[in-house]
Write a protein that binds this ligand. Structure first.
Ligand code: IPM
Ligand code: MG
Length: 359
């Protein structure tokens, strides 16, 4: 069966890095028999430019029909003045919500070749391989009531609601345990149960789900402590499962442990394994269009898509091996460059990965 892949370049460095992903997918089709067809659609600021909406109807339609979705990045200063509902970020949040992509996998892996690019000492981050599982369609990002209004006494106020139902907590907890079963069988649930009722319910439900996974060692940690532990002793973690906003923050911190946010892919999955794949870095408008962007997070996102949504494990492994080879060869985009390596641009890096693909 032909896989339908929708690529959505988006804004900033998005088009450059997605160009490299498209090059990679085409090489897999032409040289390694990947049966896939590619379509392209605008999202974010590009969606607004093309159709007046950050998530154009046609893009959503194609997204619903696709088996795998690849996104570059959204957002940029050009769109900062737009009304709230037209902002690029709304396109990303809308596609997550519309497709019910509740399970967001954000691995933080330190490639041995890049150990010296991390801001932390090699003995603290060497061999790091953790997975942050972020709930993606609930919590403060989507909870109601929300808004900015004026109180009776004339004072303006802004508010959001962190809200989770038991089924929402249960399904992300199950994802967490399932992932832990495939790894080192350790799951740390991060919450703020000493302050928030929603976290108390979270903890209760996670404990309940744990009964179905006797082989997984479950622990709980408050989010402030988790932030500290991530930079103090990150290797203590295997899988972290947490709510939407905590996951947003902790995954950026975890990403930086690996030296560059430019290396990390992510997957956002629905209940059936369909997913949206994107590098976890943003649109980086400051470096857009200059060939400075690191395409590896996007190429590794393609690998995740092949593995988790398209069931093409061998192709996924092929891509990951090629990335490893290129790093072994000393090629580095500026974000991961260190003395003695070859500094290359976005396209050279993408082409090198394609050239390094093998049987
Ligand atoms: C992320 C980003 C998004 C988020 C923004 C762009 C809306 O920071 O994917 O982590 O907060 O979820
Ligand atoms: Mg974020």
């Amino acid at each position: 069966m032909t896989h339908k892949i929708l690529v959505m370049p988006g804004d900033g460095i998005g088009p450059e890095i997605v160009t490299e992903a498209t090059r990679l997918l085409n090489a897999l089709r032409e040289r390694f028999g990947l049966d896939a067809e590619l379509e392209k659609a605008p999202i974010g600021g590009a969606g607004y430019d093309a159709a007046g909406e950050p998530l154009p109807e046609q893009t959503l339609k194609l997204a619903r029909e696709a088996d795998g979705l690849l996104l570059g990045a959204v957002g940029g200063p050009r769109y900062d003045e737009l009304p709230w509902e037209k902002r690029p970020e709304r396109g990303l949040l809308a596609i997550r919500a519309q497709l019910e992509l509740f399970s967001n996998l954000r691995p933080a892996i330190l490639y041995p070749q890049l150990a010296s690019a991390s801001a932390l000492k090699p003995e603290i981050v060497g061999g790091l391989d953790i997975m942050i599982l972020r709930e993606l369609t609930g919590g403060a990002y989507f909870g109601k009531p929300r808004g900015i209004d004026t109180r009776e006494d004339g004072v303006r106020q802004g508010y959001n609601t962190i809200i989770y139902s038991e089924p929402e907590i249960e399904r992300i907890a199950r994802s967490g345990f399932d992932i832990a079963m495939k790894r080192d069988r350790r799951l740390c649930s991060v919450d703020k149960a000493n302050v928030l009722e929603v976290s108390q319910l979270w903890r209760e439900v996670v404990e309940r789900v744990a009964k179905d996974y006797p082989d997984v060692a479950l622990s709980h940690m408050y989010v402030d402590n988790a932030a500290m532990q991530l930079v103090r002793a990150p290797k203590q973690f295997d899988v972290i499962v947490t709510e939407n906003m905590f996951g947003d923050i902790l995954s950026d911190a975890a990403a930086m442990l690996t030296g560059s946010i430019g290396m990390l892919p992510s997957a956002s999955l629905d209940a059936h394994g369909k997913g949206l794949y994107e590098p976890i870095h943003g649109s980086a408008p400051d470096i857009a269009g200059q060939g400075l962007a690191n395409p590896l997070a996007t190429l590794l996102s393609v690998a995740m898509m092949l593995r988790y949504s398209l069931n093409e494990e061998a192709q996924a492994a092929r891509v990951e091996a090629a990335v490893g080879r290129v790093l072994d060869d000393g090629l580095r985009t500026p974000d991961i460059w260190t003395q003695g390596c070859d500094k290359v641009d976005t396209q050279t890096m993408g082409q090198a990965v394609v050239a390094a693909l093998s049987d």
